[in-house]
Design a protein. Structure first.
Length: 403
């Protein structure tokens, strides 16, 4: 698990002396959910990011906001900020007396001494720029230098965007660098699991065991119980020699799953029954198995009632709860019960510290109108890295800047 540096508090941008005289380059978390036309589907990350944007708009000399959206192969219009991020930020900043100027390139941003404080510059999807994630490190550094030339200080408020890139990492080597409000809130919430109130319970689901293998290993070591659902459960059940029918699993991870079960069998709880269907379809008829075995011709699409009852009991007794990933295909009505009931049970436990995170988890929270979490992390992948690694590049580059 990542160990938070002792000087982290000092790196909040609110500690910057003379902020009113600084031109700020802000890296925000703007990776929102959009449809194929680019229409905004979920504004959760924008709502988290707006606090630092507004505060810096008022307190700095000038502000440039940057972020990414999706994984563009070129400059796809549905991944441009024009249809989603720009209108949302414009509406929120106009109401506070600011103009939002959309910059399709760095050349659209005036020199530092020619900017009007009332103008906030929103740079186009940073992944449209070739140098942002270039495999050529020299090209990435060169692009970071061009970003740094626009400002006096750098503020990173994008916890979710933990991978090394020009706008999250290299720029922090070139300017005095600080952490934003949302980013700091993520760090503070996750740090509560260094020594959590016991019992400490993890609820882990989602599609791929491979994406969460190190995370699951770490959680099995530091928690009291790990409740497992979703498709990742079927790789583990397969490793135990249990028939899973046509259920999704990762064949190349079965041997690793077997080792994991052998080491942490007392802590890891797996489904003992399932909601199953002959077809993997939103309109298919379902039935429930009587055991952990899934008939050959069936798909498992949710945890069954016996499993749910067992999991709900564990949740009700927990004092710390970490939830990452749905229990099944929660988007379909016939397989939504596991995820919805697990979520409702977590928020009903008023005594526990409750943290949820990850894109699918947030989508499920919104879908089932769940409220009452102490913290919802905007970065599922970043949360996994925080728990399973001893370094976090985008934090380390800032706190170790002058050491």
């Amino acid at each position: 698990m990542y160990k938070i540096p002792s000087n982290i508090e000092k790196k909040g941008f609110w500690n910057v002396d003379g902020l009113e005289n600084k031109n700020v380059f802000l890296r925000s978390c703007l990776n929102v959910s959009v449809d194929k036309y680019g229409n905004l589907l979920d504004e959760s990350r924008l709502k988290e990011s707006i606090q630092s944007i507004v505060e810096l708009a008022f307190k700095s000399k000038s502000l440039i906001v940057c972020g990414h959206l999706g994984r563009p192969k070129s400059c796809e219009q549905n991944l441009s900020f024009k249809k989603n991020v720009l209108p949302w930020i414009t509406e929120n900043l106009n109401s506070k007396g600011f103009n939002v100027i959309f910059a399709e390139s760095l050349s659209d941003i005036p020199p530092k001494d020619q900017r009007n404080k009332s103008n906030i510059y929103l740079l186009e999807n940073i992944r449209f720029f070739k140098g942002e994630e270039s495999n050529d490190r020299k090209e990435m550094i060169k692009f970071a230098e061009s970003l740094a030339e626009t400002s006096d200080i750098f503020v990173n408020d994008a916890f979710a965007d933990y991978r090394v890139s020009a706008s999250t990492y290299e720029i922090a080597k070139l300017l005095p660098s600080y952490i934003g409000r949302s980013f700091m809130k993520e760090i503070e919430a996750l740090s509560k699991f260094y020594d959590p109130p016991r019992p400490f319970l993890c609820v882990l689901g989602g599609a791929k065991l491979s994406e969460k293998l190190e995370f699951l290993t770490t959680l099995a070591e530091i928690s009291d119980k790990v409740l497992i659902g979703g498709a990742m459960a079927y790789t583990l059940l397969k490793a135990k020699g249990i028939n899973i029918g046509k259920s999704l699993y990762e064949e190349d991870k079965v041997s690793l799953a077997r080792e994991l079960i052998k080491k942490h069998s007392q802590k890891m709880l797996l489904p003992v029954d399932h909601v199953i269907s002959l077809e993997f379809s939103h309109s298919s008829q379902v039935t429930v198995t009587k055991s952990a075995e899934v008939p050959n011709e069936y798909f498992a699409i949710d945890i069954g009632p016996k499993t749910l009852e067992k999991y709900l009991e564990e949740i009700s007794n927990a004092k710390s709860i970490l939830w990452n990933g749905p229990m099944g295909v929660y988007e379909w009505p016939q397989s939504s019960t596991g995820t919805s009931q697990i979520g409702e049970s977590i928020v009903k436990n008023k005594e526990a510290f409750k943290l949820a995170g990850g894109g699918d988890t947030i989508a499920a929270i919104n879908m089932f109108s769940l409220s009452g979490f102490d913290h919802i992390s905007m970065g599922g992948g970043a949360m996994l890295v925080f728990f399973s690694c001893d370094k976090f590049d985008t934090i380390d580059v800032i706190v170790n800047q002058y050491s």
